[in-house]
Design a protein around this ligand. Sequence first.
Ligand code: ATP
Length: 378
Amino acid sequence: EVVSSVYKEILVKLGLTEDRIETLEMKGGIIEDEFDGIRYVRFKDSAGKLRRGTVVIDEEYVIPGFPHIKRIINLRSGIRRIFKRGEFYVEEKVDGYNVRVVMYKGKMLGITRGGFICPFTTERIPDFVPQEFFKDNPNLILVGEMAGPESPYLVEGPPYVKEDIQFFLFDVQEIKTGRSLPVEERLKIAEEYGINHVEVFGKYTKDDVDELYQLIERLSKEGREGIIMKSPDMKKIVKYVTPYANINDIKIGARVFYELPPGYFTSRISRLAFYLAEKRIKGEEFERVAKELGSALLQPFVESIFDVEQEEDIHELFKVRVKRIETAYKMVTHFEKLGLKIEIVDIEEIKDGWRITFKRLYPDATNEIRELIGGKAF
Ligand code: ATP
């Protein structure tokens, strides 16, 4: 969609030049979209101070893109360097998808990292966030992770979400500026309004690396993704993921090997190498990790080849619950906008709504494997 002149005026007020806006529009860097009668512009690319994922509904409702969180690869030197002095909070990094929640004209909207108002998330968010919060704080954004086995975007969720999906708050920001509230204030809000929060493991300093090693070991054993470390004022934030998560991501990725950029695999392999080196892991334990990595990479990949041999398309299966059947159809349109190939497999009526089973198809991976099986030479 072309960006209408009303939005262009707003974008100029937000600091973009008309030239810049035109270039962005031509490259598809800004797109005007609509959800349930709400028009908005989303930023597919960053422009000036406006980050990728920024959503502009009107002059007041500018929801900044969620910033990138830097990663440390060596835990000890990483925390020494980032948190030279003072304490920092350590929270769980919950494995789901990022959601920014705002209230607009009395309706809560769930916005994805890419800047889409997501039909599924928007329908479900009132189950997890009380309206009162936004009545009291209309200028705030709740940022959290939606995670669980029934997510429309991810095949897996954290081990402790046994069914459906759950919201985990991890940031509260101001509309327009995107400034985060200090950790303590956020925790108070979660408590006061009864909003589910990511687990907080406590306050640490750079000298507590041994405790952090233990924490990482435990989380890894429990099949959890990792930690995010935050200074109390939210000015410094870094992440560190468990060896489990690195291997598990490889396992999930290997099924659709050809769909992913090579960097998806190499980055995770290098994180594992640095983990093994930092912890001086050798002997049996080393062998175990090495074997796990090998299997994670090869087993799903070989299975995919067998699947294609059996004339099956490579796909991932998703199950989600919706309250209204229209939400399922809106999701199909939403997936089309994302360029994904989706097929609804089953619709089943359940208490309070519907359970939708759908397939995400991977035609590129399927075709590549099919051709290679067929003897393609290159
Ligand atoms: P980027 O590298 O740009 O951050 P990404 O999608 O690769 O993007 P991840 O490596 O998954 O990012 O890590 C950052 C994401 O982790 C955040 O965008 C957020 O959705 C998620 N997350 C989960 N738990 C937390 C938490 N406690 N605090 C902050 N972010 C969290």
